[in-house]
Design a protein around this ligand. Structure first.
Ligand SMILES: [Zn+2]
Length: 662
């Protein structure tokens, strides 16, 4: 059990020119009522950003914040700082001041930025670390690096830096003499190559160098300040070869481990079902790659602000589901960044106060990713290095979370894993093509031979590339794109799933290519692929005691959307011997021993709590939030074929904590 409490941090913008007595009182009241214990003041942010500011201006801003924060300090609230600019997020009509020694970034398409800094230029490294030393002078609790501390910038600029100095560095490492256009083409095309390696090596090194200079100067001025790292999508950080462990280690002082802010992927309200998938893809994946040595405070952001951007119910659900990654708290950006202060009509103080006791309980009793049971879903930060590129930048973006998203929303016990050459035996492992491609042939062989594996269409393509189809008793494949008039559906011939015989899943739309496998002998087929005349095209889903093959690739726009259907869910549950929820649509479950965290990511109330667990259970203890109170009930369970049922309805958008008693 963790002893500390779940922490609320309010990120807040102040503008001295409109900051008055009322705003000050509103802030104090809000902090008290909402149980906020840390306030992170923005510096030089968004609309009020003046691009890269001078050291003199930095000193002025920090002096204002220091004055404004005194009443909060007297309330034992810690004060942190969120400078909004490192390299800068995007161009907004402002240039770089001539007195600053900063060179502009150049995109892969040769676009010269007006305000974003070339991250390899030592002048910028000196400047940004000097500015951070000034920020450190008021001894903030945490001092954050914004999410612009990366090489991938908002569209249309995208990836940097390809300035003349950078091109010289890349060419020197690759022993080449290419123009930017020639270099980019080679870097983006085909398998791992020396041009991509040169870019990735430089990008990683310069981020670590800048981070190290900032850390050193900050901790010289304020040894007790913790550095914080904000981040966004794992696949764009993979494009700059981010070494999560090393970067957080470099930012840590002797007694101040760095903290991390992963992204919660919904600034505006989206459907909860979409959020359920994105949460796995971004938040769970980032936490997995970071590891458990650093505290995480995910980002709850309601930009453009007010209930017109997001309902309070959705905000509260985001807060409470942060327990799925056992967050240490939240970094909340709830009010306009133009310095207007607190808007009381949003009633966030009531919302935050209401959830606090339950958030503390979930934090103290929760399940860390490393302690989860279930299907192993490996991922690696090295994925962009090995991705088979199609000549475009987006062709290098590599998601490894398709199985994680699908299996989690189907209620399976999932165990995402930061892969660092671990060996597995007799486990259930879900493998995507992008991940599989980072392994050696020997590693692939071992992983498939020693375990039960789930393989998708993209994984089959990698097995074919590596001449390893023999591992699944096959010798060739044919990749058939969707909407080619060939395959249109797969049919679970003779099977009854969800009470429906011969059920079908589309192979025509909202899924990628169908990979037709030529097996060497007859295989146990779950389903077959058909054309529109109901004529057999080839085998579809195949499962035995060694593997489950779903021969469907990822669609570049729709991913696996077509697979989010009960027939796939039921067929997987028929074939996989792991723990999972039963007949609870859109509910996720995190299993660890006898603990289960159940979260309902839909609007519907469930009929009860039903789950498969290979342990004797006679009762379950259920802890949940009722208003602002944490309540507990002990309920008898009935069982049938290892599936337990408890009469406890889980409402939509709720999280409940279950302990299985003997
Ligand atoms: Zn550059």
């Amino acid at each position: 059990m963790k002893k500390n409490k779940y922490r609320y941090t309010l990120r807040l913008a102040i503008d001295k020119s409109i900051y008055n007595y009322e705003k000050k009182q509103d802030l104090i009241d809000f902090v008290k009522k909402s149980k906020v214990s840390d306030v992170a003041f923005f510096i030089n942010q968004e609309e009020l950003s003046d691009s890269h500011i001078t050291l003199k201006k930095a000193q002025e801003l920090i002096t204002e914040i220091d004055t404004i924060s005194q009443p909060l300090k007297e309330m034992n609230v810690t004060i942190s700082l969120n400078p909004w600019t490192t390299m800068n997020h995007s161009d907004r009509g402002l240039g770089i001041r001539s007195e600053l020694d900063i060179k502009p970034m150049v995109s892969y398409q040769g676009v010269l930025s007006t305000s974003m800094a070339c991250p390899g230029y030592v002048g910028w490294m000196e400047y940004i670390s000097d500015v951070y030393a000034i920020y450190a002078s008021i001894k903030p609790h945490e001092l954050w690096l914004e999410d612009d501390f990366r090489h991938y910038k908002n569209a249309p600029f995208e990836l940097g830096c390809f300035c003349e100095d950078h091109m010289k560095k890349y060419n020197a490492i690759a022993h080449s003499d290419l123009t930017r256009e020639e270099f980019i083409k080679k870097m983006f095309t085909g398998e791992k190559n020396k041009y991509r390696d040169a870019y990735l090596q430089v990008a990683r090194d310069e981020i670590l160098k800048a981070a190290s200079m900032i850390e050193e100067k900050v901790h010289k001025v304020s040894p007790n300040t913790s550095m914080g790292l904000m981040s966004s999508w794992p696949e764009i950080h993979a494009l700059e070869n981010r070494d999560w462990h090393k970067l957080l280690e470099v930012l840590s002082g002797p007694n101040t481990p760095a903290v991390s802010r992963p992204h919660l992927p919904a600034y505006n309200e989206v459907s909860t079902l979409q959020y359920a998938r994105d949460f796995e893809k971004y938040t769970v994946a980032t936490r997995t790659l970071i590891g458990n040595k650093h505290k995480i405070y995910p980002e709850l952001e309601n930009y453009m602000y007010s209930q017109y951007a997001k309902s309070n119910r959705f905000t509260q659900f985001q807060l409470e589901t942060s327990s799925s990654v056992r967050a240490d708290g939240l970094l909340m950006n709830l009010f306009s960044m133009m310095g207007v202060g607190i808007d009381k009509t949003y009633k966030y103080d009531e919302l935050l106060a209401q959830s606090k006791e339950f958030a503390d309980f979930m934090y103290q009793n929760g399940i860390s990713i490393e302690d989860r049971d279930g299907i192993i879903i490996p991922m690696t930060q090295k994925v962009a290095k090995y991705k088979i590129g199609d000549g475009t930048l987006h062709g290098l973006m590599a998601s490894q979370t398709q199985w994680l998203e699908l299996l989690a929303i189907f209620g399976f016990a999932t165990r995402p894993l930061d892969y660092t050459d671990q060996k597995f035996v007799n486990e259930t492992i879900a493998l995507t093509g992008n991940f599989l491609n980072t392994l050696s042939n020997a590693q692939i062989t071992e992983m498939i031979q020693d375990n039960f594996v789930l393989l998708d269409g993209d994984a089959l393509i990698i097995l074919d590339n590596r001449n390893l189809l023999n591992l699944i008793n096959a010798d060739s494949i044919e990749v058939i794109q969707p909407r080619t008039g060939k395959q249109v559906y797969e049919q679970f011939d003779g099977l009854t799933l969800s009470g429906v015989k011969d059920s079908r899943i589309t192979l025509q739309t909202h899924v990628g290519a169908y990979v037709k496998v030529h097996y060497l002998s007859d295989m146990p087929k779950e389903s077959n692929a058909y054309n529109r005349y109901n004529e057999l095209v080839g085998p579809a889903t195949v499962a035995n005691d060694k593997f489950y093959i779903m021969p469907v690739g990822e669609h570049e726009k729709y991913g696996w959307e077509g697979e989010y259907i009960d027939f796939r869910e039921k067929d997987l549950k028929k074939c996989l011997n792991v723990s999972y929820l039963v007949d609870m649509y859109n509910c996720k479950a995190i299993f660890s021993g006898r603990k289960i965290i159940v979260s309902n990511w839909s609007m519907d109330t469930t009929d009860g709590i039903n789950f498969k667990l290979d342990k004797p259970v006679s009762k379950i203890s259920i802890t949940y939030r009722d208003g602002s109170k944490v309540k507990n009930q002990i309920i008898d369970v009935s069982s049938h074929n290892n599936i337990y049922h408890a009469d406890f309805k889980v409402p939509g958008l709720a999280v409940v904590y279950v302990e299985c008693l003997e």
